[in-house]
Design a protein around this ligand. Structure first.
Ligand code: TEU
Ligand code: CA
Length: 542
């Protein structure tokens, strides 16, 4: 089976607003990214997933696009974008664009035209319904709080928006809409980009009148049509963001013969800390045994007939070290632990900017410090419902998306080398210790663990094609598993707690050479292993 480039690649996600400012306005930009390409080459990554840089009123920081073929002036010009694609290619780094076509901005020309009246040729580009009993058409809700329907006074009709009211959903049942999207995708593909990350792609088959949003009946017809019209015959990578995915549907998206997508982002391991059928703000403690079970399910159920993506965090989630690790006493150890556990698994790994130096969540004292629309809307909606400010600030501190979006910490200077001016979002106070400059000088830093793991994946087919076998399934804090390929066996083990753990893995046989360790462990006796707090290692087996 001929391997695709993205099957042994490692992808680095850039949130452009927070990566590197190059013109002193406190906002990251494309020339800033270009200035850091050597750093990314040193890390060894193969592709950059670039969160949106398109024209946008930034109601949702760019995930509300008003022109798909124009670059937001905050980020630069189309010439800057072409330069980024070219200079990245010079370093064997492909640029994967963010495709946000479940909805547009309400300032997109299509919606401006559509709002002019029911007879507008663009009216049917969106989803309009008459009031029911003088109110919203049905109970669909927005992910950013409140109803998913907003009344357009001018026409007396409601329009649908599963996210903010400034993100009206496109009507994918309208062939003209699909044609427009495919033309726009080909515009970017013809520029030589490496592919697309597709925003909430599992929602484009929605049937609003039946309150069906994800996994609608025509979803895969649309994705197959999209593939034929744009992706076919191009050596590109596509990854769909699909919060509704199961291994069964993942096979529909990523089975090579179906000609849909390369892979998807599934979120089952992320959703384990939410009360079932409630929202991300109804949190519950993580049960690591359940977490291991879910990760194992995806490792063993998606093999020859599909492909996995691997990630712990992105621009919508808290940072992994703070969420599941220990971002004070054992920050380095737990950052390396999660890197070791993720990068030995089967699938394409994604690194979210700053993860490679162990950046942490931030702590806020007031809602005035919050930028993210999702967190702000939740705060005011629940304040109305009688929640205390303290409780809501705690929720935002542990689950808010701004945690991921603080500026990258390049050095220990005033604004961490991100900008000379006032950053759009404050730099983390711990940037004095936690920064790229320090990480590059310290050979034992989190950065070099990531660099090594990325190299290992290129040099060892077992990581790309090996089978996965979970060990110690019932252990409450230790995640251990084997990878097996053509007679070769590797053991990976991590203690996800600040308490030392003694375990035995004698049934895995005898240890051979150590591959990577976050405590510079030289050898291990599998019969009796004393694991230190957040200790992790991988070892070849005899
Ligand atoms: O996210 C989809 C999505 O469902 C998340 O917003 C989710 O509701 C929540 O944040 C989980 O923590 C995608 C983009 O990744 C996100 O940044 C956008 O806000 C959203 O779509 C709308 O485009
Ligand atoms: Ca800037």
């Amino acid at each position: 089976m001929m391997m695709k480039w993205w099957q042994n690649a490692v992808v680095y996600q850039i949130y452009p607003r927070s990566f590197q400012d190059s013109n002193g306005d406190g906002i990251g930009d494309i020339q800033g990214i270009i200035s850091r390409l050597d750093y990314l080459q040193e890390l060894g990554i193969d592709a950059v997933w670039l969160s949106p840089v398109y024209a946008s009123p930034n109601d949702d920081n760019g995930y509300d696009i008003s022109n798909y073929q124009a670059i937001h002036p905050d980020y630069g010009t189309m010439a800057d974008m072409d330069e980024l694609i070219e200079k990245a290619r010079d370093r064997n780094i492909r640029i994967v664009m963010d495709l946000v076509v479940n909805h547009t901005s309400d300032e997109h020309q299509w919606f401006i035209e559509a709002k002019k009246g029911k007879d507008s040729p663009y009216r049917d580009y969106y989803i309009w319904r008459d009031p029911v009993a003088g109110g919203v058409p049905n109970n669909l809700t927005s992910a950013f709080s409140g109803s998913a329907w907003t009344l357009d006074e001018n026409s007396g009709q409601y329009y649908l928006h599963l996210f903010s009211s400034k993100q009206p959903d496109l009507n994918w049942e309208n062939e003209q809409v699909r044609r427009e999207v495919y033309d726009m995708m080909n515009f970017w593909l013809d520029k030589g980009i490496g592919g697309f990350r597709m925003d909430v792609i599992d929602l484009i088959g929605k049937v609003p009148d039946k309150e069906i949003t994800a996994d609608g009946p025509k979803l895969h017809d649309y994705i197959q049509e999209m593939h034929q019209e744009t992706l076919k015959g191009r050596d590109v990578m596509t990854v769909g963001e699909t919060w509704s995915a199961t291994p069964e549907t993942a096979r529909l998206y990523s089975h090579p013969d179906r000609e849909e997508l390369s892979m998807i982002f599934q979120f089952e391991h992320i959703l384990l800390e939410e009360e079932p059928d409630k929202s991300k703000w109804d949190i519950k403690d993580l049960d690591l045994v359940e977490w291991k079970k879910v990760l194992t399910k995806w490792q063993v159920e998606l093999t020859a007939d599909g492909w996995n993506s691997l990630f712990w965090n992105n621009h919508d989630t808290p940072r992994v070290v703070s969420r599941w690790g220990n971002d004070t006493t054992y920050r380095k150890e737990s950052a390396k632990l999660f890197a070791i556990l993720l990068h030995h698994m089967r699938g394409t790994p994604y690194i979210f900017q700053g993860e490679e130096i162990g950046m942490t969540n931030r702590v806020i004292q007031s809602v005035d410090e919050v930028d993210d629309i999702e967190s702000r809307n939740m705060y005011y909606e629940r304040l109305e419902k009688g929640y205390s400010e303290e409780e809501l600030l705690h929720l935002i501190n542990v689950r808010g998306r701004d945690n991921a979006r603080t500026p990258i910490q390049w050095d220990d200077s005033k604004h961490a080398g991100f900008t000379e001016e006032t950053p759009w979002l404050p730099v983390q106070p711990n940037h004095v210790e936690v920064n790229v400059k320090q990480a590059l000088e310290d050979k034992e830093s989190v950065f070099y663990t990531y660099q090594k793991l990325i190299r290992l994946r290129k040099e060892n087919p077992i990581l790309v094609r090996g089978d996965f076998k979970l060990l110690l399934p019932a252990h409450p804090t230790v995640f251990a598993y084997e990878r097996q390929f053509e007679g070769e066996r590797w053991l990976v083990c991590g203690n996800i707690s600040s308490e030392p753990q003694e375990i035995s893995l004698s049934e895995s046989g005898e240890a051979d050479v150590m591959i990577v360790s976050n405590y510079s462990r030289a050898a291990v006796d599998l019969k009796a292993i004393q694991l230190k707090p957040y200790e992790a290692f991988s070892i070849k087996l005899k």
